[in-house]
Design a protein around this ligand. Structure first.
Ligand SMILES: Nc1ncnc2c1ncn2[C@@H]1O[C@H](COP(=O)(O)OP(=O)(O)OP(=O)(O)O)[C@@H](O)[C@H]1O
Ligand SMILES: [Mg+2]
Length: 305
């Protein structure tokens, strides 16, 4: 039985067709990445799977249970860490986790709550009021909150947004542990390196449609076939690029530019000639194959909805 199965899903908001005929199956035990630019529909999809948002057409099941007709079951099987930080400022961390346990009818959940707090390095903050916590700490509490009932399927919507590098690494370790222990993990992230480091299979959503769905390895192989990144250092900063190169620009900082070139149609030599013709003195050049970011940019044309 699949962890999550979505067929023919459509979701309209008054002004936007947010999900267009989504078909997606995530198997038990997978570490799945859901990527896409702002407004692609990731949070909407997650919210539907969590049974929190209505949809117009299609069907969604969690471990075989329909999110509409078997809401009570699906809610117990899934733990969702929402993208927005929402919390009640009047409770401390332990209270928040006890209240959440209460929603699932779990009394005497303190042993697990303690374990969760320890794993998320919250033990020292157990008695701290939510409003007194830093953003990163609140994020950890929300993760603990999603796990109080030991759900099979754990869905994390941008769990590391606005989180510093060290905490991000700690969260990765923690999420990896959940996965090792048998949980199905679905993760959305804007950090493509994060998806690359963690996820086995990835869907890329763009404007409500799945534009890629494959193993990370296959996606990367696909990227390497098409594009390469070229980093060019010049003696002087280049200023605005000519019209022919501007669409290929990935980054421009001081006297360095990074271009994404199509292996089949763009010639590195032609680019260099073009720059030299404009008086640039090229002092360094490096080239790389694609990483997930290139694949992402290629598939979503770098655009937000
Ligand atoms: N409650 C709502 N009412 C109306 N429109 C909404 C609502 N929630 C989302 N939308 C719209 O639906 C589309 C998808 O939004 P969603 O939040 O799912 O995207 P996302 O992929 O999670 O983006 P982000 O990366 O910014 O979190 C956007 O166009 C958004 O403006
Ligand atoms: Mg979102």
């Amino acid at each position: 039985m699949s962890a999550i199965s979505i067929t023919g899903l459509h979701k309209h908001y008054p002004r936007v067709h947010a999900l267009k005929n989504i078909d997606l199956t995530i198997e038990r035990g997978e570490f799945f990445g859901l990527l896409g630019p702002n407004g692609a529909g990731k949070s909407t999809l997650i919210s539907i799977v969590a049974g929190l948002t209505r949809f117009d057409e299609g069907s969604v099941t969690v471990l075989g249970h329909d999110v509409l007709t078997a809401y009570r079951q699906t809610r117990r099987l899934i733990g969702v860490v929402p993208q927005e930080l929402t919390f009640d400022p009047f409770f401390n961390v332990r209270e928040v986790l006890r209240i959440q346990s209460g929603y699932f009818g779990l009394r005497d959940n303190d042993a697990w709550i303690d374990e969760l707090m320890q794993a998320l390095m919250l033990t020292g903050k157990a008695d701290a009021n939510m409003r007194a916590l830093s953003g990163g700490m609140k994020r950890r509490v929300m993760i603990a909150q999603a796990l109080v009932h030991k759900p099979d399927v754990v869905v994390l919507d941008e769990p590391t947004a606005g989180v510093d590098v060290e905490l991000r690494k700690q969260l990765w370790t923690f999420i990896r542990r959940l996965h090792r222990e048998g949980h199905t993990i679905v993760l959305t992230t804007h950090y493509l390196e994060e998806a690359e480091a963690l996820c086995e299979r990835i869907a890329i959503l763009n404007r409500g449609e799945i534009v890629a769905l494959d193993t990370k390895r296959a996606l990367l192989a696909r990227g390497i076939g098409h594009t390469r990144r070229v980093c060019i250092t010049t003696a002087e900063p280049l200023g605005p690029l000519p019209e022919s190169l501007a669409p290929k620009l990935r980054r421009q900082e001081g006297n360095q530019i990074e271009l994404q070139l199509d292996k089949n149609t763009d010639s590195v030599m032609a680019v260099l000639d073009d720059l030299r013709a404009r008086g640039a003195v090229i002092t360094d050049l490096s080239m790389e194959g694609a990483d997930l970011e290139d694949v992402f940019v290629e598939l979503t044309h770098g655009g937000s909805a």
